[in-house]
Design a protein around this ligand. Structure first.
Ligand SMILES: [Zn+2]
Length: 410
């Protein structure tokens, strides 16, 4: 491993400079995708990349790639990056940290005159948050072939303005085709957005997987009846059925722990009157696990239990799975590079699973991919109070540069 470290002060200064664009009174950032502020942030990033000697290209979804040439430019590049957009009440680090880490790696390679065999690129992925233009991660999704270009460009905000129109307005409707490009590897550095690293006092999360998700909607229908005259033995109480299922959902999560998550977060009771036996209940179920086999087992356990409960209580059941997002196992070679880099740099680290979606999840479908997590204060993000320690941010970028060098010289 080469003895090179990034400039933590420069990384921090760049983060703080960027955080002025869309700064909110409470210390957060509001930089929604393809607004004038997003354009300002993009322009600043591009100017920094050009100052660092990169050639910058933009694709038709507005994704930006800043390239530092390698010694053999026929080889696919090692790409780093994340997103520049934020939630309406977002913070200073979510997304932009991974973008500016990419730039800092390039600046550091320049400082030390380090040549790499593969070119190195810092990238920005448009509209990762999906806050202005749902769904989330739409531009990395188009790049990975999950969505087609027409779909991506036609996503509209609440005023009916499309991504295509807004990309054109701010001048980031690039000429480059989206996707169909080989990457040697893709790395995304990101704040954890959860409390595990901070609680365990670990500096680096080596992200091995992103969780798969199964979302359901269930409606149980029984019979409304008077809470006084109706004997217990003849009731068809939809809420009793829901209660048993909710308890089972919780058990399924615990039984498949520690990596499973299972949640009922939405419940509607009809008619919701204190002296009426509930005739109908509607509720949601959210299952998450990093391994598909376990997620399938959770699914079949749930379905069997729901069938049995509704039969026993004489309830009609409408059971729908409304979303399935498969787990993302990151690339073994790239994950190993991150782990080796963390160990060689002397940082405390642990393997970790991402509970949230990231551009890296889609890019992993078309390129060997891994992520580097750093702690954030109290695990809070998507919040103006989002905060991270300069030393941790510096550590994450040091791990990134080493992982990139491992891949770029292979
Ligand atoms: Zn993010």
């Amino acid at each position: 491993m080469q003895n090179v470290t990034i400039n933590g002060d420069r990384l921090w200064d760049s983060l703080m400079e960027m955080a002025k664009i869309g700064a909110t009174p409470k210390g957060g950032v509001c930089r929604l995708a393809l607004t004038d502020l997003d354009k300002e942030g993009r322009d600043l990033f591009v100017s920094w990349c050009e100052e660092a000697g990169c050639s910058v290209s933009v694709d038709k979804m507005g994704n930006i790639f800043a390239r530092r040439a390698g010694t053999d430019d026929s080889l696919p590049p090692v790409v780093m990056g994340s997103h520049l957009d934020t939630q309406p009440t977002g913070g200073k680090f979510d997304g932009i940290y991974g973008v500016l880490c990419g730039l800092e790696v390039i600046r550091t390679l320049n400082d030390h005159n380090i040549q790499t065999k593969h070119a190195i690129e810092a990238s920005v992925w448009t509209n990762e948050e999906g806050s202005r233009f749902p769904p989330a991660m739409v531009a990395s999704g188009v790049f990975a072939g999950v969505f087609d270009l027409e779909y991506g460009l036609s996503r509209a905000d609440l005023d009916g303005l499309t991504m295509g129109e807004e990309l054109e307005r701010i001048g980031y409707n690039g000429a480059l085709e989206v996707g169909n490009r080989a990457f040697k590897a893709f790395f995304e550095a990101h704040i954890e957005q959860g409390p595990i690293l901070e609680n365990e006092q670990k500096t680096i999360g080596v992200v091995t997987d992103a969780q798969g998700q199964r979302w359901y909607e269930v409606t149980l229908t029984g019979q409304e009846a008077h809470a006084g005259p109706t004997p217990m033995t003849t009731r068809k109480d939809a809420l009793v059925g829901a209660a048993r299922i909710i308890d089972q959902v919780n058990k399924i999560g615990l039984e498949n722990g520690p990596l499973a998550c299972s949640t009922v977060g939405l419940l509607q009771v009809f008619p919701n009157s204190r002296n009426v036996i509930p005739g109908q209940v509607f509720f949601s179920i959210d299952f998450r696990h990093p391994q598909d086999a376990t997620l399938s087992l959770m699914d079949s356990t749930l379905r069997e239990f729901c069938d049995a409960v509704s039969a026993e209580l004489g309830l009609e059941m409408d059971f729908k799975e409304i979303w399935y997002s498969p787990p993302v196992p990151f690339n073994q070679g790239c994950v190993d590079s991150v782990r080796e880099a963390a160990a060689a740099s002397g940082y405390s680290h642990r393997d970790i699973v991402s509970g949230a979606g990231h551009d890296a999840c889609y890019i992993s479908r078309v390129a060997p991919t891994a992520m580097v997590f750093v702690p954030c204060e109290n695990g809070i993000s998507h919040n103006e109070a989002e905060n991270a320690e300069p030393a941790d941010l510096e550590a994450g970028c040091n791990v990134l540069i080493q992982a990139v060098l491992l891949q770029a010289n292979e």
